[in-house]
Design a protein around this ligand. Structure first.
Ligand code: CAA
Length: 381
């Protein structure tokens, strides 16, 4: 499936394709087994510009629009969704929030390292007691003479143990979304502890952490916004687009693997690709993948034209994440028993896809957001 892409977009996609085939695909199974991506990959992603997409060149960025970002994420996720997640969080949720809301000093301080991949960022919103209900988070930031003292716990934080800077959401005011501010917290600040969560079902190469902030003192200039909840929601709108783009890549990877296998594997004296029920599995996979891509590119197109895209991002994220699970599951069906062992990539596609219906807003949250936009009625309260 393809729409008309500019030469620039095609070249970028080709670069991402080659990078994925050379630097990601050969290692993805090992990273998954060892529960750790090679750390050197991050500056390599920076060198090819994938950590600077959409960021101004003045801060080490590589420019490009939202479609360019989606094209790269699709390719990278075809190789390894865990790598895609590193980009989505460090660049998509954090660096882009700094670029959008930061002071000149904050941009100068953090963006060159993040775009080069010599530094990594994490997005610390979720807490043990507030996942979907992010507006009720309880981490506190109390004003001090020279800045703020932050205390609280965060959980399921992608890049948590690798990060140099954490975008921490903490309560500076009253209850609910309005009382939340956003802070850029250096992770080497005394009292900041990140503990890796091991034994995840998928995305095992990513460093996912539980974070404790125990009276962490930050200077005044660590404050990124006093409208922290709105900043988080705005970042997550684009984040949902990026998860959707990653899901398209994972679904495509599963489909390509299943097509290849179905053409080679013989049963009853012929390749299984010739059986109607196998073709049904493959056809369903292709339709889901292409539909997910079109929904995702619609979000990118709206965002690139400066139009509202939040509801469309929820639609794309909902559809693409559920599609990635279904497509990977079908791929395992095509592979039969071989799909159940990690010598082949399809089991990993399913395990990695599973979290995408949970994070950056569950499928249920996306449905309620879409429902609210359609009806004007808020079902959250
Ligand atoms: N952009 C800007 N502002 C927004 C916004 C958006 N997309 N969405 C809401 N707001 C504003 C609203 O306008 C409102 O402001 P006003 O009162 O001034 O009008 C304010 O924010 C509160 O909005 P809501 O009433 O919609 O807030 P809510 O409490 O009802 O929250 C929710 C709704 C949709 C459930 C929200 O809490 C949510 O999205 N929950 C899911 C949380 C989530 O996605 N977590 C992901 C964790 S991060 C992660 O997974 C990253 C990782 O490491 C992989």
């Amino acid at each position: 499936m393809d729409l008309t892409l500019s030469d620039e977009h095609r070249q970028l996609r080709e670069l991402a394709r080659r990078f994925t085939d050379d630097r990601i695909v050969p290692h993805a199974t090992r990273w998954d087994r060892e529960e750790a991506i090679d750390r050197e990959l991050v500056p390599a992603l920076g060198e090819v510009g994938f950590l600077g997409l959409g960021i101004d060149e003045r801060y080490g960025g590589s420019g490009g629009d939202n479609l360019a970002y989606c094209l790269v994420l699709e390719e990278v996720a075809r190789g390894d969704s865990a790598v895609r997640g590193i980009i989505s969080v460090s660049l998509g949720l954090v660096a882009k929030s700094i670029a959008r809301h930061g002071t000149e000093e904050q941009k100068q301080r953090w963006l060159p390292g993040l775009t080069a991949g010599t530094q990594i960022a994490c997005f610390a919103l979720t807490e043990p007691g507030t996942g979907s209900d992010a507006g009720n988070l309880v981490t506190k930031a109390v004003k001090t003479d020279g800045g703020y003292r932050i205390t609280g716990r965060k959980v399921f934080i992608t890049n948590g143990t690798w990060a140099d800077v954490a975008l921490v959401f903490a309560r500076t005011g009253g209850p609910g979304p309005k009382g939340i501010s956003a802070f850029l917290v250096p992770t080497d600040a005394p009292g900041f502890t990140a503990t890796e969560i091991k034994g995840k079902l998928g995305m095992r190469g990513q460093a996912t952490a539980e974070i404790t902030l125990d009276d962490v003192e930050v200077a005044e200039d660590a404050l990124l916004s006093t409208e922290g909840f709105k900043l988080a929601m705005g970042a997550l709108d684009k984040g949902r687009m990026s998860v959707a783009a990653g899901c398209v890549g994972a679904a495509r990877g599963a489909l390509e693997a299943a097509l290849k296998y179905a053409g080679e594997r013989e049963q009853f004296g012929k390749p299984i690709a010739g059986f109607q029920l196998v073709q049904e599995l493959l056809a369903d996979m292709a339709v889901e993948t292409d539909a997910a891509r079109l929904l995702t590119w619609r979000v990118a197109d709206l965002a690139d034209r400066g139009q509202p895209f939040g509801t469309e991002a929820s639609m794309a994220k909902l559809f693409a994440s559920e599609a990635a699970v279904k497509v990977a599951n079908n791929a395992i069906q095509v592979f039969g028993g071989y799909g159940y062992i990690d010598e082949y990539p399809v089991g990993k596609y399913l395990r990695d896809a599973r979290v995408t219906t949970l994070y950056e807003g569950t499928s249920q949250i996306q449905k309620l957001l879409i429902g609210r936009a359609l009806t004007g009625v808020n079902a959250f309260i």
